[in-house]
Design a protein around this ligand. Sequence first.
Ligand SMILES: NC(=O)c1ccc[n+]([C@@H]2O[C@H](COP(=O)([O-])OP(=O)(O)OC[C@H]3O[C@@H](n4cnc5c(N)ncnc54)[C@H](OP(=O)(O)O)[C@@H]3O)[C@@H](O)[C@H]2O)c1
Length: 281
Amino acid sequence: MPRWFVTGAGGQLATAFARTLEGDVFLSREETLDIRDADALRTAVHSYGPDYVVHCAAYTDVDGAEADPATAEAVNVLGTRNVVNAVRGTHATVVYFSTDYVFDGAKSEPYVETDPTRPLNTYGRTKLAGEREVLAWVHGIVVRTAWLFSETGHNFVKTILAAARQRAGSREPLRVVDDQVGSPTYAGHLAAAVDEALRGGLRPGLYHLAGSGYCSWFELAREVVQLAGLEVDVEPISTAEAGRRAVRPAFSALASERPVPRLPHWAEGCAEAVDRLIPLG
Ligand SMILES: NC(=O)c1ccc[n+]([C@@H]2O[C@H](COP(=O)([O-])OP(=O)(O)OC[C@H]3O[C@@H](n4cnc5c(N)ncnc54)[C@H](OP(=O)(O)O)[C@@H]3O)[C@@H](O)[C@H]2O)c1
């Protein structure tokens, strides 16, 4: 059985991996391991001796990164460099998760691995720099994914469900951006696909793995409200009306031209997450 070392174990994707992976799994959160601490990381990795480092730790607050680029850089770039340095001299594969926000959104069909990158915001720039750190490792794998959601952690599906519950019966609509389109991805589907790909001998390199199909944030919100059976109007608004700090690509759906498992459609993932969230109230 392989040995897995998961960074950022409190996050939504790491939680999905903890449910999916078989074998020995080291969850760094239990040890409160900060990936900015190169020495602590190296010691932890060497004493555990993993076959795979599933590197989920990241600074993921897209608007926050504009206000605090130094922290985004320290975690996403230098922290990732520390992860790669920690496995040097071992046979361990590093799997790093990157984002659709490495693209500028000017394309009108899904982005594939060979498309040129041009991030519009600090989060995207730091994640792209992190990709380069991982691809410099002989056993480095970069998985670009998008619009992650699950029943744990902070994510759009949970936020919409909570907001819709609050408004139910009040006639106050939910106003959601309709001019940004992407590939919503259920963390459980991504973890299962990565596990399958690694067990199938995925080669080092860059891959896109995201929910099949694409939609806008508005369409995703409408789906969540319908699935939850809530009587709430969802109203489309523009990015300009939403007034967020970070610039985001208008179209950043992902597809793959490489031999990786295809994930189920985003709506299937959405149904699964909402089904799990409803009993939680
Ligand atoms: N969420 C998305 O929509 C999305 C889309 C594309 C790609 N990705 C990428 O997918 C990966 C997983 O994302 P996610 O949604 O699971 O993110 P998440 O829920 O925000 O989890 C990230 C985890 O990293 C931890 N972390 C932050 N700084 C750290 C540090 N210095 N040392 C150790 N741990 C640290 C966080 O802990 P605290 O909460 O305690 O800070 C959190 O538990 C990330 O690489 C992200 O960039 C995410």
